[in-house]
Write a protein that binds this ligand. Structure first.
Ligand code: 5GP
Ligand code: MG
Length: 179
């Protein structure tokens, strides 16, 4: 965990350790259970980035959620393009259901605004956002997340599901770009 990792042309330093992440996930799971027990919630994890967070989070939940994975495309390299095409993989009817969107990171909020709009058209009872990471200084989204693992500064991070040009997702901890 102390070692710098090299991915393509960039180097990244350890930022959030495995144990730091796992401890925080247990806290978030307790908050989610408190809010959603008995409400038959649907948790939608956004692929690819949220797969590892979702997997660890889901193992801690007691509220018996329905789980599903959706996919959007919006991001290339180290800069958000702000382009989101569509939500792929939604197979459950969300009408009158309590929906929790599970994301890896909120940066500008463009992606989440689009996801939110797409979900609203399904007329769910509620939509909440749960994200492992958030960059408050760059977030311009219309909807604030109710569940946030860590607020971080506006630096590019990889690992724990997050990629740099499709590498680094397998790392069990989060690393920060060395500038
Ligand atoms: P937004 O639309 O909020 O600007 O960007 C959201 C998406 O951009 C995230 O789901 C993620 O895929 C990507 N993203 C934003 N910041 C980072 C970052 O620091 N590292 C990585 N790997 N992806 C990021
Ligand atoms: Mg993402």
């Amino acid at each position: 965990m102390n070692a710098v990792v090299h991915i393509h042309d960039l180097s990244f330093a350890p930022f959030l350790s495995q144990s730091t992440i796992q401890t925080r996930i247990k806290e978030i799971a307790l908050q989610l259970d408190a809010q959603y027990a008995g409400k038959d919630p649907v948790f939608l994890a956004v692929l690819n980035g949220a797969f590892m967070f979702a997997s660890d989070l889901f193992k801690c939940l007691q509220c018996q959620p329905e789980l599903s994975f959706v996919k959007v495309s919006s991001y290339m390299g180290t800069q958000s393009t702000g382009r989101v095409d569509e939500l792929i993989g939604l197979q459950t009817r969300l009408q009158n259901r309590h929906v929790v969107v599970i994301e890896d990171i909120l940066d500008t909020g463009v992606t989440m605004d689009k996801i939110f709009t797409l979900l609203q058209s399904e007329q769910p009872a509620s939509i909440a956002i749960c994200t492992l990471l958030m960059k408050p200084s760059s977030y311009k989204g219309k909807h604030q997340p109710q569940f946030v693992g860590f607020e971080i500064e506006d630096r590019f991070v990889v690992g724990y599901g997050l990629d740099y040009k499709e590498r680094g997702r397998e790392l069990p901890a989060v690393y920060q770009l060395i500038q």
